[in-house]
Design a protein around this ligand. Structure first.
Ligand SMILES: [Zn+2]
Ligand SMILES: [Zn+2]
Length: 387
């Protein structure tokens, strides 16, 4: 039985020595195997993973490797487990931890950072200067779950206490997995200006981050909030999340329409979540003089940008990575008080054992999948409900 020295456990949550975990071999080769249940160190807890959402970045790292970084390189054939958008229950406490109790229901953000570099000290722990340095002689204690350390496609995972947020009782497991996505949208808006009440915001690209950016911008008081995209059904979900206007860019010049909606001057803030050349062009054309563009999606190839337009118009361009500056806590505050309904982007749930199917649904958008969640005890839960 699991009983490491210095670690607090409870008979209410018995922990096995071994756990089931998905392990990445070659690109796109995931196998379900067994691993020892990991042991929390100082300022860490062991989390029983109850639900984990699939993110486009999971598909990215499983296929390309980057931006995951394990032992200084690509994550293939290193016994590594991906998955970063998870929630669960605290089941063991590392030495000295009293900030959380065994049995607490929590959701997690990804990056703990190293806590000692300049960026971490500024709260920019998603841009930690010691990214991926958590092994051997260069162990700076950096953690980004599912990127530089083992992630949540497993029964248990380690988390630093700084990456955990309590989940209110009324919130479902599935909804709680979406907090980190909303936190990323929140971080983008925080970096753009933070106080966006009364400012015009355009979100380009109705993927999960774009859709929740609509909900967050609206909750922050932005007006108007405009969403652009190519799929009417996704734009309709954007309306449910509070978009004042939606524009299908297939049938219209979105920059022209945005100017029409903003007395001819363009938008104060543009959050670009599509990651295509066209979308970045549109952002450049629809932002107003002195306005700000947040780049929240990463294109695969280099993109040519009309820099002259940026310079002539004093446009600010921000790249954001992940969910820094405790943005996830602010996103949770909105979700806990139901300022927007993130559950509209959750479309499918599978058992953890069915991860390959779940990944296929997410990748190929089977049945219009947006956020697909896997649950380790999905079958057991259904059986309990039937009994
Ligand atoms: Zn993600
Ligand atoms: Zn750091």
């Amino acid at each position: 039985m699991y009983n490491p020295a210095g670690v607090k456990t409870s008979p209410s949550f018995p922990i096995p020595d071994q756990m089931r975990a998905w392990i990445l071999g070659d690109p796109d080769q995931l196998t379900l195997g067994e691993k020892p249940v990991p042991v929390p160190k100082k300022a860490e807890v062991l989390v029983r993973v109850d639900a984990v959402a699939i993110c486009a970045t999971d598909l990215e790292v499983i296929h390309y490797g980057s931006p995951a970084k394990i032992q200084g390189g690509l994550p293939f054939n290193k016994g590594w487990t991906p998955g970063h958008e998870y929630m669960g229950t605290v089941v063991a406490l590392g030495p000295g931890v009293d900030e959380f109790a065994i049995g607490d229901r929590i959701t997690v953000e990804i990056h703990a950072g190293c806590g000692q570099c300049k960026r971490c000290r500024q709260g920019m722990y998603t841009s930690c200067l010691n990214y991926g340095l958590n092994y051997g002689d260069v162990d700076k204690g950096h953690r980004a779950n599912g990127f530089t350390t083992d992630g949540g496609f497993a029964e248990y995972a380690i988390n630093n206490i700084n990456t955990m947020i309590r989940v209110p009782d009324h919130m479902s497991d599935e909804e709680a997995t979406l907090v980190v996505t909303a936190g990323t949208s929140m971080y983008g808006l925080t970096e753009l200006g933070g106080l966006v009440a009364g400012e015009s915001v355009v979100v380009i690209g109705p993927g999960p981050i774009g859709l929740l950016a609509v909900g967050v911008a609206k909750a922050l008081g932005a007006s108007p909030v405009v969403l652009t995209g190519t799929r009417d059904n996704r734009l309709e979900i954007g309306r449910q999340l509070g978009a004042d206007h939606v524009i299908n860019v297939r049938n219209a010049d979105s920059a022209e329409i945005v100017r029409g909606l903003t007395k001819g001057i363009g938008a104060d803030y543009v959050v670009e979540c599509a990651g295509t050349k066209e979308a970045i062009d549109q952002a450049n054309r629809m932002v107003n003089r002195g306005g700000k563009i947040c780049l929240a999606a990463f294109p695969h190839d280099p993109v040519v940008v009309d820099v002259a337009n940026l310079v002539r118009n004093n446009v600010y361009l921000y790249g954001i990575r992940g969910e820094g500056k405790s943005a996830t806590h602010r996103a949770m505050a909105f979700m806990a008080s139901r300022r927007f309904d993130a559950t509209v982007i959750h479309t499918h749930t599978f058992a953890l054992d069915d991860l390959p199917t779940a990944l296929r649904y997410a990748r190929d958008r089977v049945e219009d999948a947006i956020k697909v969640v896997v649950k380790a005890r999905y079958g057991a839960e259904a059986r309990e409900a039937a009994e």
